[in-house]
Structure formats: C-alpha cells, structure tokens
Design a protein. Structure first.
Length: 612
C-alpha cells in the first residue's frame, strides 16, 4: 500500500502540468484530437502525415506547441519550423519520435527519434528552442546520435525525484536497453541493462511503454509470439525481473499500453487481422497471467496500430487506414467489462494509420479517480462467515456496508469473518475513496444465505443409532472424535459413550444433532430373545443358536455388518423357512469385530462377534 500511495503522490503532483501537456494529438493522415475540454474532439487542421510513429506537445496552459513525425516538425500554426526537417526518425518507425521538456526550462525541448528497422541512423535527439521565430520555435541542435543501430522502441517516464525524465531505447542486434536521464544539465550518459531477448531484425519493431507509475516496462517483440514485461527502478534506471508472456497463437505482437493503475496490460497482435489482449499483472506469475489473458476485442478486417493512454484515462487504439480509433472505455475493469469499441471515436473523415502520438508516460498522470470493486464467496450457509477481497483501484480508504451481517460495517481493506445468521439475500456496498473523489459499488442481493437445513436427532434401537433420514451425507462422532467410515444415516454402536452425528444437506450446509449418551448392549433384545454365538472369537464357522424362551421361526434374511455399519456379507440361507441353530461360514471376512443381524417376520435380532 505504501508503494501505491507514493505513486499516486507523484502522479498527482504533476497533474496540473501533465494533463495539459497531452491535450493535442496529431497522427496518421492529417488526423488530430483535442482533449482541451476533457472528452476528445476530432480536428482536421493537422499538417502531419505518417505511417506510424509521431509525437506532439502542449504547454502548461494546454495550448499546442508543436508536433512531429520524427522527420518534419510543425509549429502550432501547422507550418514547418524553418529548421524543422531532416530529423533521423522514419515514417515507418513504430515510435519515430518522443518529445521531452527539459527539466528546469520553460522553453527548451528534446525530440528523441528512432530510425526504422534498425537502420544506421539509430536513436538520436534534436533540440527545440521555443523562444525562436517569435515564440513559434525552431530546431537548434539536430540529430545527435546516441545508439546505432537501434530498435524502433522508444518510451519515457519520470525519475523518482519527479523532475528529471528517463528516456528508454533498445539497441538492435543485442539485448541491451539504454536508459538516458534528461536533467537540467542535458542528456546524461546511458544506464545500460542487458536483459531479455536479443532483438534483431525480427523484433526491432513495435511500441514499448512504461506504466503510468513508471515502475514497469512492457515491450512487444514483433514477428515473434510474445511480450516482455520488466521491473524498472526509477532511481537507478535499471531493468530487472524480465517476464515473458508467450503463446504460439499471439503472432506478430505490435503494441502495448498499461491501464492507469498499472494493473492491466493491454497488448495488440495481428493473427491475420487484429486482436486486443488484456493481461492482469496482479496475478503474479507469468503462467497465471498467461492463463488469465482475455481477448477483449478485435479488428476483423484491419490491423491494430499503437495503443495510447489518454488524458481521460481511456486507452485509444490506432487502426490501419481507418477513419475511427478503437477505444477501451474502462481499462481498469477486468475482461469484457473494459468495454473495447472498435469504432469508438470518429476522426471526422481523416485517417488513422499504425501510429498514435508517443508521450512521456507520466504526462498522462491525471488525478486518478478511485474505482470500487470486490469479490467474495457469496453463497453461504446460515450461521457461517465469509471474507471479502478488495479489487479496487487507486483508492486509499474504504467503507463497507454489509446488510444483514455481523459486523454490519468495516473500514478494512479486505474485511474478514463477516457472519450471516438468517437465510435470505443481502446487499453489499463498497465506497472506495482517494484525495480525488470516491466511487460506490452496490451489489444488490450479492450474498445468498441458504435456508436452514432440516434439524437432526438421534434415536436408538438395540445397539443401532439412527439419524434423521433425508440428508446428503452424515458423519458420526464418538466422544467428540470423528469415526472413520461412519457416514450412513445409522451406526452400530460398539461401546458406551457420547455419540453425535453431523448431517449435510444439498447446499453443503451442516446441522449437528444433540449428543446422545449410549450404554451399549444394555437394552433387552427384541421379544426377549437372545442369540447364542459359538465360538466367539471364531476362526471359520460360526454357530448361531436361540438362547431365549421361544424359538425364532421363519428366518427371512441374515446379514453381517462391520463396526461402522457397512454391510459386508449377505448370508446365503439354506432354505426359505430356516430355523436356528444355523452355521455360517465367515472365512470371507477379515479379522475384526462384526454384527450379525437376523430378520424374522417384523423383528430384527442382533449379536456381536469377533473373527480371529
């Protein structure tokens, strides 16, 4: 939680600056968007054309300053700057340009550029002085080479001090990432991290992105089948803990973008069209994240271009040669709830290509509004408790309201032991809050408490204990200890003591009978008839005789049970009107103690014996 709070502080502290820096977008074939009033409005006065990468920048008041495709630079009047030509970007570079304001300066900017396909110009920078040309600006220093050849990947994020800016590039034909720190003194020597996949001609393309908090970096490897995600140290510029998100079906990955909180990574690839995946990075391991990947949208007849988080916290998707942008309307919601619309934003007749403007990630660090979300085991038995898992984003405090529960409220992040006594359906409400506002989620009838199971009791007939029939399963206990295998509605009590049974109904709800005190073998046998067992213990043949005052006639059936009431043998009788005495072959039985049961008319007679 401390880490989240820190990230929110950094983002919020730059909100007034950052939100307006990204007010104006120019891309594709003279397409443009204006976010000045919050929701984007298509504009048609842009002079820029590019197949892919581009960048634009506004001032602290949200007024357009300039924009570029990495080759030509246009001022706010949509006119090329006098020296604004011949930069070493490329119309076919995925991230041809990135604009960074020089820390501590009000008028100086850097334009970082990447050449296409790892060509010789590589990764360079040029500088813009906005005091020139009567405030319209012009290029001063041009094409200062930093890495050659380089990949087309280019992204930036704030240093942990909230002032300086890290600019990340990747060398071609290696696994070297180059992190350059831009400070008030200029562009510092790089921090080089050798990590991840060696990127050659099959993977130099694609749009790389930092998370809004700057602690993650994601990179697609085009013409391969995977994306790579790294941890980034904003203090040192070092990458670590590479995680490969790989699937043979994810062909030609091109673009990535994080949700505002950084929980979800959106990734676009082209399986003969365009597909948008959502990865939930909170799942932890690569295997879990891959297994949980959700296809949230597609372009059936076209291809995805860049993905870009906007000032309005929505994610926009370029589409090749199309007059619409796709829009992820709710990027903090899991699965299809993120609401991707492929024709989400009309460009007033202008055309999107593969690229959208590339920004320092934190320039869209608008004050994050909280999002309330939770889950819980929500079908429970009366008298039991449940725990709640808080899935909210961007929140710092919480108020829970549990209808019909004890306790009825909580301010814990993840409330536990919320108990429900009475059957019924109950609402749950969560209010998630941060310094920028609150969000309320009310789920009506979210908790279902099943009806009370049928009551249980125990009755006794001879040595046999009976529970109330009708439950799905039973478990018998003797002196508080579960009896292994005693799971029928009746049990033959082998000894005295306290017996109990727990019955489970069809909803999985348990009910316990009151403790039943048994004095084994003291009840008189039915009809005052006693069975004689000889010998006892017995090794092979058991003789059964009548020790009572009257004979048992017309024996209908004879069965043998083990000590937990399981039937182990139906005795084959020599005739239909058998009388005692009888001999029974007990050789099929293993050593142990058993009950023999005789049915005669309406009566049942039992005796215990031991096979040695």
């Amino acid at each position: 939680m401390k880490k989240i709070l820190f990230n929110l502080f950094i983002i919020s502290s730059f909100a007034s600056f950052a939100q307006r820096e990204g007010n104006h977008w120019y891309f594709g074939n003279h397409a443009g968007l204006d976010f000045t009033n919050g929701a984007p409005v298509a504009v048609t006065n842009g002079a820029l054309y590019t197949d892919e990468g581009c960048a634009s920048i506004s001032d602290g008041n949200g007024q357009l300053l300039f924009y570029t495709n990495g080759i030509d630079v246009f001022n706010r009047n949509h006119v090329p700057m006098p020296n604004g030509f011949g930069l070493n970007g490329n119309l076919s570079s995925s991230q041809s340009a990135l604009i960074v304001k020089k820390p501590g300066s009000q008028n100086e900017y850097y334009i970082f550029t990447t050449e296409a396909l790892g060509l010789a110009n590589g990764f360079c920078y040029s500088t813009v002085d906005m005091t020139l040309q009567s405030g319209l600006g012009d290029i001063v220093l041009k094409n200062q080479q930093l890495v050659a050849p380089s990949c087309e990947h280019l992204s930036g994020t704030l240093h942990s001090n909230g002032i300086d800016v890290w600019v990340m590039a990747h060398a071609a034909n290696s696994n070297n990432y180059y992190a350059y720190l831009v400070t008030s003194a200029g562009v510092s020597p790089p921090v080089i991290t050798s990590i991840g996949t060696n990127q050659n001609s099959t993977s130099v393309q694609g749009s790389m992105k930092f998370s809004p908090s700057g602690d993650k970096l994601a990179c697609p490897l085009q013409l391969m089948t995977f994306f790579e995600v790294y941890d980034f140290d904003k203090s040192t510029g070092v990458l670590s803990n590479v995680m490969q998100l790989n699937n043979p079906n994810w062909s030609n990955p091109f673009a990535v973008e994080f949700s505002p909180s950084g929980r979800f990574l959106y990734a676009a690839y082209d399986p003969g069209g365009g597909t948008l995946l959502q990865f939930d990075l909170s799942l932890g391991s690569a295997a879990a994240i891959i297994a949980g990947a959700v296809n949230v949208g597609s372009y059936a007849a076209s291809y995805f271009g860049s993905l870009q988080l906007g000032p309005d916290q929505k994610i926009y998707a370029g589409e090749l040669s199309n007059s619409y942008l796709g829009v992820v309307n709710n990027p903090e919601l899991a699965g299809m709830a993120c609401n991707f619309v492929d024709t989400g934003l009309f460009l007033a007749g202008k055309i999107s290509e593969y690229g959208l403007p590339n920004f320092v990630t934190n320039y869209f660090g608008v004050p994050l509004q909280p999002l309330a979300l939770f889950s819980a085991p929500n079908h429970i038995c009366p008298g039991t408790c449940t725990d709640f898992i808080n899935l909210s984003a961007n929140a710092t405090s919480y108020i829970w309201i549990f209808q019909g529960a004890n306790p009825g409220t909580s301010t814990d992040i993840n409330p536990t032991t919320i108990c429900y006594t009475s059957p019924g359906n109950y609402d749950v409400q969560l209010i998630s809050t941060n310094a920028n506002g609150s969000d309320t989620l009310l789920l009506a009838n979210y908790i279902t408490v099943y009806p009370n199971p049928a009551p249980q009791g125990i009755s006794q007939s001879g040595d046999t204990l009976f529970a109330n029939a009708g439950a799905v399963s039973y478990q018998w206990y003797h002196n508080g200890v579960a009896i292994p295998g005693a799971t029928e509605y009746f049990f033959l009590a082998p000894e005295s003591g306290d017996y109990n049974v727990v019955a489970t109904d069809g909803n999985g709800c348990e009910v316990e009978a009151a403790i039943f005190d048994v004095v084994a073998s003291v009840k008189p046998p039915i009809d005052n008839v006693q069975l004689g067992i000889f010998p006892n213990p017995v090794s092979d043949k058991l003789e059964i005789s009548n020790l009572g005052k009257s004979n048992i006639t017309e024996i209908n059936a004879m069965s043998i049970y083990n000590m937990v009431g399981e039937l182990v043998m139906d005795v084959q009788l020599p005739g239909t009107r058998c009388k005692l005495p009888l001999k029974v072959d007990i050789n099929p039985l293993s050593q142990g103690t058993y009950f023999i049961e005789i049915f005669s008319g309406e009566n049942i007679y039992r005796a215990r014996f031991t096979r040695q």
